[in-house]
Design a protein around this ligand. Structure first.
Ligand code: NAP
Length: 281
C-alpha cells in the first residue's frame, strides 16, 4: 500500500488529512521501540495525522512522538492538546511552548482544548489566535464539546476558525450521530473520532462483525473503521503501538462496505436514543 491510497477529508477550512490517523494515548505504557516503529510504519503508509496531548504520560508521549517523527516533520499533520486547567490565555501559550519542545518542532498543525475548561473560552481562543499569528500553530480546535458548546465556540471565534471537534465514537457509542456530528457539518468543523475501538474494549467476536469481516477477507477492526467512516464524515484516530495493527488500520481506509452490510451493522450496534451532552470515556 502506498500513501496515495489513503483517502483524505477536510480538517478545517484549509487542510485535508487522511481518513485514518494515529492516536497515542497511553503509549507511555507500551514498549517504546515498538510504539515508535508503529508510528513510523503508519507514516510510511500515509497515516500522517498524529494525535497527542500534553496530558498523555505527563508529556512523555509527546517526547516519544517527537522521537518518532524526527526527520519527517514536514510529512506529519501533528495535533496536540492543552489540558483545560492550563487553558488561561498565558497558560495556553506556555503549554504550547512546552509541547513544541517535547515534540521537537516549532509548529503544530492543530492545537486543541482537550475538554471544556473553567477558564473562559474567550481567553483560550485569544491564546490560540496569538499562537496562530506567530506561526506556532496552523489551526486550532476543541475536543469533547457537545453541539451547544461547539456553537458557542464558533460564535466567539467567528466562522471558519474552529478547525475540529474531537469526540468519542465507536460501534457501541454512536450518540454523536444525533446532534454533534450534524453540528460539525453545519458549522464547517471537522469531526475527529477518538477511541474508534472503544479504547481496547472491542467486540471482535461479535458474529455479524466477524461474518462481514470474513466476506471481505478483512479484520473486524477494519470493518469497524469502514463502518464509522461511512456513517459520518469523521476522521478516525485509532491508537496502535504494534506494527501489524497499524498496517491493518491503514488498509481499512480503502475498505468499502455494501449498503446491506452497513444496515446489518447498524442493527447489531444501534445508535441508541439521543442523550444530553457529549459522551466521554
Ligand atoms: P482505540 O484506538 O479505540 O483502541 C486502542 C487499542 O486497540 C489498543 O489496545 C491497540 O493495540 C488496539 N488496536 C489498534 N489497532 C488494532 C487492530 N487493527 N487490531 C487489533 N487491535 C488493535 O483507543 P484510544 O487510544 O482510547 O483512542 C484512540 C486515540 O484517540 C487516543 O490514542 C488519543 O490519541 C485519542 N483520544 C482522545 C481523547 C480526548 O479526550 N480527546 C480521549 C481518548 C482518546 P496496540 O496499541 O497494542 O497496538
Amino acid at each position: 500500500m502506498t500513501t496515495t491510497e489513503i483517502p483524505t477529508r477536510p480538517f478545517g477550512p484549509v487542510a485535508r488529512v487522511p481518513v485514518i490517523g494515529q492516536g497515542t494515548w497511553q503509549m507511555e505504557h507500551d514498549d517504546r521501540d515498538s510504539a515508535i516503529a508503529a508510528i513510523r510504519r503508519g507514516l510510511d503508509l500515509g497515516l500522517t495525522h498524529i494525535d497527542t496531548a500534553e496530558l498523555y504520560g505527563k508529556g512523555r508521549v509527546e517526547e516519544l512522538v517527537g522521537e518518532a517523527i524526527s526527520g519527517r516533520r514536514s510529512t506529519v499533520f501533528l495535533v496536540s492538546k492543552v489540558v483545560p486547567f492550563n487553558a488561561s490565555k498565558q497558560g495556553t501559550i506556555r503549554a504550547c511552548d512546552r509541547s513544541l519542545e517535547r515534540l521537537r518542532t516549532n509548529y503544530l498543525d492543530s492545537y486543541l482544548l482537550h475538554w471544556p475548561s473553567d477558564h473562559p473560552l474567550e481567553e483560550t481562543v485569544a491564546a490560540f489566535e496569538d499562537l496562530e499569528k506567530v506561526g506556532k500553530i496552523r489551526s486550532w480546535g476543541v475536543s469533547n464539546f457537545d453541539e451547544i458548546e461547539l456553537e458557542a465556540a464558533v460564535r466567539i471565534a467567528g466562522p471558519g476558525k474552529v478547525a475540529c471537534n474531537q469526540v468519542l465514537y465507536h460501534l457501541r457509542e454512536r450518540a454523536i450521530e444525533h446532534a454533534v456530528a450534524p453540528a460539525c457539518e453545519r458549522l464547517g468543523v471537522a469531526l475527529v473520532a477518538y477511541s474508534p475501538f472503544g479504547s481496547g474494549d472491542f467486540p471482535a467476536d461479535h458474529p455479524i462483525l466477524k461474518e462481514i469481516a470474513d466476506a471481505h477477507d478483512a479484520s473486524p477492526y477494519q470493518v469497524a473503521l469502514a463502518f464509522l467512516a461511512a456513517q459520518t464524515p469523521a476522521l478516525l484516530i485509532p491508537k496502535a503501538a504494534t506494527v501489524s495493527h497499524v498496517e491493518d488500520n491503514a488498509a481499512a481506509a480503502t475498505l468499502v462496505l455494501s449498503v446491506d452490510e452497513r444496515e446489518r451493522l447498524d442493527r447489531a450496534f444501534p445508535r441508541g436514543p439521543r442523550r444530553r451532552g457529549v459522551p466521554t470515556l
